[in-house]
Design a protein around this ligand. Structure first.
Ligand code: ADP
Ligand code: UDP
Length: 251
């Protein structure tokens, strides 16, 4: 079957249902806008399993996502969306490009969550943009930008708590959003949530457990992903359902 789209880490396929796609996770890893590449056995399986666990947890806590159901070891059925070409990064601790931009050392806790917007455009290298660039490029309406930021903060609160229960510090992460093909007024969380898109540090030792192990040649990349999966499975499948008060409608 020919994919509708093949990206750096995933492939999208059409399904029999016009408003659903099959999203397959590849074993490829890329960094620095595709300049660094490698293959890691089981990466697709780990990232698929982690995304499912986290999307189920977010849905149970009132956050709408594109997740429909699992489709084997490395794929999901998702709702087809029109991706809003904005990558929303939420940061709790200085790391990565923020350390360089602000000249602050990695590991310093920010006074509160910090949101950044990036223009999702590979040819331009995903530059950082602000609300005014979003308006100029008509990437989203001002109301949608307000909603995306609220989504980001809510997801940050929920993921921080979930990862903390698994002995992991959520340093920063990237989210993508889309307008449902079946109802463009509805915006949902799309793409993936995994150690490819989050920085996760061991809460006790500060050890990096995410894609920085690949970016910085630290070794043990898949061992870390497997450990994150093991801990999250334990945390999220222990039978407790979230309290109703934790639910919030974002629409
Ligand atoms: P990239 O495009 O950056 O190389 P991936 O390899 O992860 O990234 O490709 C997945 C692509 O699918 C991304 O461009 C992402 O925005 C898009 N996508 C994710 N979820 C959906 C969805 N539900 N409907 C349509 N496109 C999606
Ligand atoms: N991120 C991502 N995709 C991108 C850029 C960043 O998932 O195209 C994630 C990255 O994994 C980290 C956060 O967003 O968790 C912030 O990344 P940063 O701006 O520090 O960029 P980096 O230095 O990692 O390229």
């Amino acid at each position: 079957m020919t994919p509708l789209y093949e990206g750096k880490a995933k492939r999208l396929f059409a399904t029999d249902h016009p408003n659903e796609l099959l999203m397959e996770f590849k074993d490829s890893a890329t960094a620095f806008n595709g300049a660094k590449k490698a293959e890691f056995e089981n990466k697709g399986r780990f990232n698929k399993a982690l995304t499912v666990l986290l999307y189920r947890a977010l849905e149970a806590r009132g956050v709408p996502t594109h997740f429909v159901r699992e489709a084997g070891d490395v794929a999901l059925i998702v709702k087809k969306v029109d991706i809003i070409p904005i990558e929303l990064v939420v940061r709790n601790v200085v790391a990565g490009s923020l350390a360089k931009r602000l000249g602050r050392p990695e590991g310093v806790r920010l006074s509160g969550p910090l949101i950044e917007l990036y223009y999702k455009d590979d040819a331009l290298g995903d530059p950082m943009i602000n609300d005014e660039h979003v308006r100029e490029l008509a990437l989203a309406t001002p109301e949608e930008v307000v909603r995306l930021k609220a989504f980001g903060l809510r997801v940050n609160d929920l993921l921080t708590e979930i990862f903390s229960g698994a002995g992991l510090m959520l340093v920063d992460f990237k989210l993508e959003f889309g307008r449902l093909a079946s109802d463009p007024a509805t915006v949902v969380l799309a793409d993936e949530i995994s150690p490819d898109t989050c920085r996760l540090w061991d809460a006790q030792t500060g050890e990096k457990m995410d894609k920085d192990r690949f970016r910085r040649d630290l070794g043990g990349v898949m061992e870390s992903y497997a450990e994150v999966l093991r801990r999250l499975e334990k945390e999220l499948t222990s039978g407790e359902s979230p309290s109703a008060s934790a639910s919030l409608s974002l629409s």
